[in-house]
Write a protein that binds this ligand. Sequence first.
Ligand SMILES: Cc1cc2nc3c(=O)[nH]c(=O)nc-3n(C[C@H](O)[C@H](O)[C@H](O)COP(=O)(O)O)c2cc1C
Length: 329
Amino acid sequence: MNVNIGNVSIKKTAVLAPMASVADRAYRLMCKKYGASYLVSEMVSAKGICYSDRKTAELCTVTDEERPMAVQLFGSEPDFMAEAVKIVLQYNPDIIDINMGCPVPKVVNTGAGSALMKNIRLASEITESAVKSAGNVPVTVKIRSGWDSEHINAVEMAKALESAGASAVAIHGRTRQQMYSGKADWNIIREVKSAVKIPVISNGDVTDLKSCIDMYGQTGCDLVMIGRGSYGNPFIFREIDSYFSGEVYTPPTVSEKMNVMLEHIRLIISMSEKTEALAMHEARKHASWYMNGYYGSAKFRGRCYQLSSYAEAEALAEEFIVLQKSRES
Ligand SMILES: Cc1cc2nc3c(=O)[nH]c(=O)nc-3n(C[C@H](O)[C@H](O)[C@H](O)COP(=O)(O)O)c2cc1C
């Protein structure tokens, strides 16, 4: 089954959440290869784009393997947003997403990200101006449940964004105040789903197939979005995709997992403009995530943060496999 966001058709399985400094192109491609049906870029500053920030081109580029994919913008000024959308269109994104959920002070203090949950009128104006600029490219918005527990206004916000021309809303069921802690509130997502006609993408605390099925069941959402549950675990998308396609899913063995980790590290190195040693700094956290949850993984995860070459990663993976196999026998 597919879900249509404007003219973009997305398989109803699970989609990858935007994650700055984590879900870069290498990460997105790994998730796509293992079944993520839709990808979103790391957030990009609308104002930064207008002033042709050095990192813009890299952040906005959409390769064919990543499609369907959205480029996500954040900003607090309708005019800059309109201008930024025009620039981003040169990169041919399938969808343009606007970030109205980011809780970090650096973004919130400029009036962008989740600060817009406190200013629905401005949020609507920003959306309207993006929609006007985007032509037939759909514009979506990612929101939170509200600013804090006293101000849960996702329903009102989603309705206003729908009226402003948004083609879908993604909702992370936490308030800004919660940042990333506590539990995501799926009830508010269900309320949003019943209040709007546009597709609703549901997000927060999906970590495996069961929570994905529960999320679909409890919220009635159109698509489920997964962030941290995909850390070192692109297989989560395969498991979900297999379930919805009626195929048998076999979890990866430790050797398979280490091979995928090494494949991911090779991608990071090949896509980096930096030296192998510096690219390995980027790869360290990913390597440690792939080793999560196994016997002795705390020690190995610590060693991941010492890695400075691909050869060292290979040797560490080999040692990890030997340790896990010795436990099996
Ligand atoms: C490291 C990190 C970076 C994130 N960056 C973004 C971002 O750039 N744009 C955005 O809309 N959300 C961002 N988020 C929020 C996620 O998209 C998602 O809403 C949140 O992690 C909750 O989903 P989860 O429980 O599946 O992780 C980020 C989250 C994390 C952990």
